[in-house]
Design a protein around this ligand. Structure first.
Ligand SMILES: C[S@@+](CC[C@H](N)C(=O)[O-])C[C@H]1O[C@@H](n2cnc3c(N)ncnc32)[C@H](O)[C@@H]1O
Length: 222
């Protein structure tokens, strides 16, 4: 496969350091409050279940930006050949501690070396919003090439127009990253431009502790 070079986000190192700092709190939050835990959110769980049913045994599945590995482990439990990758080494330490039966590695979505048509599924589950607006299309193109025909991509992200500069997160920990919110139609356009065929879109209104969000699933055409 021709090397697929992706522009390095200028803030990649500070984003990594920030997620390293919040990693323990984030893992604790998922485990104790249920925020971010698909098992406690029926529509999110349903989306992941449909994804799992669809990719089935089509090929390996990669959970990009897996954090402490909750979705990776859920998919592994369902019998998928799945591994997780994350920018933050501390997130991956938590993932390995919590889910020692699963495979995890450290990498930015922008540094992945993926063979063409090698994957049955790819997830970007609330993990692609830190990518600059001009970098996300490059990552989506990488994912599209890496999927086998019939393979699926699923992503969930924050909805809006703004670029929100985060300065603290998950229990008041100082951080520096930008949350690039996307309008669902913009995101779907980008996914289509990357060469994928959107098959489902699920919108969530703002709730007590979260803003509006969207889940999109798309297929690499045969
Ligand atoms: C909100 S957490 C979501 C984690 C996990 N997907 C979940 O649902 O619990 C965002 C994750 O994206 C990761 N992340 C941010 N930028 C990334 C990048 N460029 N490449 C890979 N992972 C990244 C962070 O380290 C963090 O673990």
């Amino acid at each position: 496969m021709r090397a697929h070079r992706i522009d390095r986000p200028a803030d990649l190192d500070v984003v990594r350091e920030s997620y390293d700092r919040v990693a323990d709190n984030y893992a604790h939050m998922v485990a104790t409050t249920g925020v971010g835990d698909i098992r406690r959110h029926p529509w999110l769980k349903a989306s992941i279940d449909v994804f799992a049913d669809t990719v089935g045994d089509l090929g390996p599945v990669l959970d990009v930006g897996c954090g402490p590995g909750m979705v990776t482990a859920y998919l592994a439990e369902r019998g998928l050949d799945v591994s997780g990758v994350d920018l933050s080494p501390r997130m991956i330490e938590n993932a390995r501690r919590l889910h020692p039966q699963c495979r995890f590695s450290v990498s930015s979505a922008t540094d992945l070396h993926l063979e063409e048509a090698s994957l049955g599924g790819v997830l970007g589950w609330w993990s692609l919003f830190t990518l600059p607006r001009d970098v996300l299309p490059q990552v989506l193109a990488l994912f599209a090439r890496a999927l086998k025909p019939g393979g699926h991509f699923i992503t969930g992200t924050h909805v809006g127009d703004e670029d929100v500069a985060r300065t603290e997160a998950y229990g008041g920990v100082p951080v520096r990253w930008t949350t690039h919110k996307w309008r669902p139609e913009q995101l779907v356009d980008l996914i289509e431009q990357a060469g994928l065929h959107p098959v489902a879109e699920l919108r969530f209104p703002a709730a007590e502790h979260t803003g509006p969000s969207v889940v999109v699933m798309a297929e690499r055409p045969a």
